[in-house]
Design a protein. Structure first.
Length: 99
């Protein structure tokens, strides 16, 4: 994939949190629903519930894709934490003072 699945999940989490905090930002309740429409395609409905649902969808897709790719690599007999992931999840000998 060109985009790391965890990045997709983080964008989704940001969307969900943003849509939940719109209400308190304007003095209303947490997760208050606001609806509107864009003048695209004859009035595209857009609101905070759509942003929240899109965010949750992206979190689920990102986490599922990451777990799926790890399982595929592991089942093929390869180390799933090679490359970029190795720097994130595996400590090198230099990190904990090689003897």
């Amino acid at each position: 994939m060109r985009v790391d699945p965890i990045s997709i999940a983080l964008v989704g989490l940001g969307l969900a949190v943003f849509s939940a905090l719109v209400g308190p930002a304007v003095g209303d309740a947490f997760m208050q629903h606001y609806n509107g429409s864009l003048d695209i395609f004859g009035g595209l409905p857009l609101g905070t519930p759509l942003l929240f649902d899109t965010g949750v969808f992206l979190v689920v897709v990102g986490v599922f894709a990451k777990v799926f790719f790890i399982l595929i690599e592991a089942s093929a007999g390869r180390d799933p934490f090679l490359g970029v992931d190795a720097r994130r999840y595996v400590r090198s000998e230099e990190d904990h003072g090689a003897h």
